[in-house]
Design a protein around this ligand. Structure first.
Ligand SMILES: Cc1cc2nc3c(=O)[nH]c(=O)nc-3n(C[C@H](O)[C@H](O)[C@H](O)COP(=O)(O)O)c2cc1C
Length: 143
């Protein structure tokens, strides 16, 4: 594998999506990502999305361009993109992590920080957080 890129963006949901709609979207997204060699994770929290896309840089940019045109979300902001040595979510064509418990103010505060003051450190923490939340506390669902 050459020319691996990692891209992290944040966006705001345009409207609430029903679980069934999310599942359909995920199914298609995963099939397409798999065919493009893209892996990553998507956090859905309080009307916001944080997504990590990783793979060959051309494929990642193409995927991000398509996602950016999706009217189901807006205020799309690229927080980080750059070369990466190895994927963070190698086993996931798109891991989905959603809050299933009470609002988590620490996560909300962290997302504000990531959005308003992105830095290499907050990006690193965001990727670690996605992995950790997906790792199974009762308040978070991953699929
Ligand atoms: C928050 C969010 C994340 C998405 N992630 C992906 C993705 O990782 N890969 C992908 O192909 N499509 C993704 N999509 C869907 C695309 O924006 C777009 O709808 C889709 O690629 C179009 O193909 P379809 O009509 O077959 O669904 C995402 C959409 C949203 C709203």
């Amino acid at each position: 594998m050459s020319d691996l890129q990692c891209l992290l963006y944040m966006s705001t949901a345009s409207r609430e999506m029903a679980p069934g709609e999310i599942d359909g979207m995920l199914q298609r997204a995963r099939a397409r990502n798999e065919s493009l060699g893209i892996t990553g994770a998507l956090l859905h929290y309080g009307g916001r999305f944080v997504q990590v896309l990783e793979g060959e840089s051309g494929a990642v940019e193409q995927c991000f361009e398509r996602i950016s045109a999706d009217s189901r979300h807006g205020e799309i902001r690229r927080i980080f993109s750059g070369p990466m040595a190895a994927p963070n979510f190698p086993d996931w064509s798109m891991r989905y992590v959603v809050n299933a418990g009470p609002p988590d103010r620490a996560v909300a505060a962290f997302l504000d920080e990531l959005q308003n003051r992105p830095s290499p450190e907050t990006v690193r923490q965001a990727i670690a957080l996605l992995g950790r939340l997906a790792g199974g506390s009762a308040d978070w669902q991953s699929r």
